[in-house]
Structure formats: C-alpha cells, structure tokens
Design a protein around this ligand. Structure first.
Ligand SMILES: [Zn+2]
Length: 232
C-alpha cells in the first residue's frame, strides 16, 4: 500500500508535464494535427513550376528559395529537379493571383497530396500571391514543400515551420497580416527523417532481406518483368 501514493503522484506529475514534454519531443509524428507520414519513392523529386500569367520569375525564385530551406537543412539529402512538363512532375506548383487559395479560406498556401499507402504519387501546390511579399512567399513555399515531401499534417510546436500558425492571418477586410519568419527546426527535421529514415545522415543502408536456404528456389528460366513505373 505504501507504493500507491507515490504511484498516483507520479501519474499526476506525468499528466501535468505531458503538454510540456510533448512540446519538447524530438518530433511531432504523434501531434493531434498529424494525419500521416508519407514519402517519395525516389530522390530527387521532380518539381514543375507552372509559368502561366500568375507566375513571374521573382515568384518562382521566392518559391524555390523556400524549397531550398529543406535542401539546406538536410544537407542535400532532400533535393529536387526542375522539369517543365507538369505531366512528368511529382510536385506541381501553381501561383494564384488571389490573397488566399481559392476554396481554402484564410490559407495562403495549400497542397493536395495523392498517395498509394505511404508512397506519394503527386503533390499539387497552390501559392496565393496578392499582397504577399517575396519573403512571405518563400516561407509559405517552405511550409508547403514540407507537406509535399510527406509531412501530411501539422506540428503542435508553435515555433516549427510546419506549425499551422506559420501561415499568415487574414484581416476581416481580406488583407494579410505579416507572419513571423520561421525556419526548419530540429523537430521539423526529425519528423522528415521519419519519412525518409534511410536518407538520415549516419543511417545504415537498407540491408537485403535474408532468405532461409530452404526457401530459395533456383529458376532456370527468368520471366520478363511486367512492372510499370509511373512517371518515368
Ligand atoms: Zn500546412
């Protein structure tokens, strides 16, 4: 019986510290707003910036600077390749001339993800531009690129790039409030590494599965592969 009281005390202490400890967790894979962690099957990912009437070279530079924040934070483990044909791209980026993304009130950026299981098949990113400074566009693009890389959800840490608070607030009159600049944090990075564990610095390369000798079947004729890979 004498252990009951300390037990309950430790439970109460744990409950009291949980929000604080959770905020200090090295990643936010289990944050309430996290949906799932996805990944691309290949790297570099192919990015197409649609150069329509809403696009300008300056906007393209600002968006790519945001993508570059992840490249830099991962020391090049995450990288992208620009392609001109949207049909050949993994991630398609479109600018919009409205202050917020149509269909997503209050959002200055939005990314639709298509995936098969945990493997991403396509990401369509829209970046609003009306009243958006180049720096804000870079930050929005960095946040959306986090989604496009597989962080399908949001952090519970207010300082993280993938916090939903990263996005600007919109005044009642429709004009945007500037958002404080956030960069890729250690928690952002740790969460991304959960999507790409084999790319994490120091990670051992994936080992081939060991097949028990009794299960090895030697085939004398090899059949042709019928696998088709999308987007190649
Ligand atoms: Zn978001």
């Amino acid at each position: 019986m004498r252990y009951v009281k300390p037990f309950f005390l430790s439970v109460l202490l744990g409950l009291a510290l949980c929000p604080w400890l959770c905020a200090l967790a090295p990643d936010y894979a289990h944050a309430p707003q996290m949906v799932s962690l996805l990944h691309w099957a290949r790297m570099p990912v192919r990015v197409c910036v649609v150069m329509d009437s809403a696009a300008t070279p300056e906007r393209e530079r600002s968006a790519l600077a945001g993508f570059g924040e992840w490249v830099q934070a991962t020391a090049g483990a995450i990288r992208y390749q620009l392609v001109s044909d949207p049909a050949r791209a993994d991630i398609v980026v479109t600018f919009d001339l409205e202050p917020t993304v149509p269909g997503h009130p209050g959002a200055v950026g939005h990314t639709d993800l298509r995936h098969e299981g945990p493997v991403l098949a396509r990401a369509d990113m829209t970046l609003a531009t009306a009243g958006v400074s180049p720096d804000e566009l870079t930050q929005t693009a960095a946040h959306e690129f986090g989604h496009a890389l597989g962080i399908n959800g949001h952090s519970d840490g207010p300082d993280d790039l993938m916090s939903p608070d990263t996005m600007r607030l919109i005044r009642p009159d429709g004009t945007p409030l500037p958002a404080p600049h956030r960069a890729v944090t250690a928690r952002d990075l740790n969460t991304l590494w959960l999507c790409y564990p084999s790319l994490r610095p120091g990670a051992s390369p994936p080992q081939p599965a060991v097949v028990p000798a009794s299960h090895i079947v030697i085939k004398h004729k090899q059949s042709k592969s019928t696998k088709h890979h999308k987007n190649q």
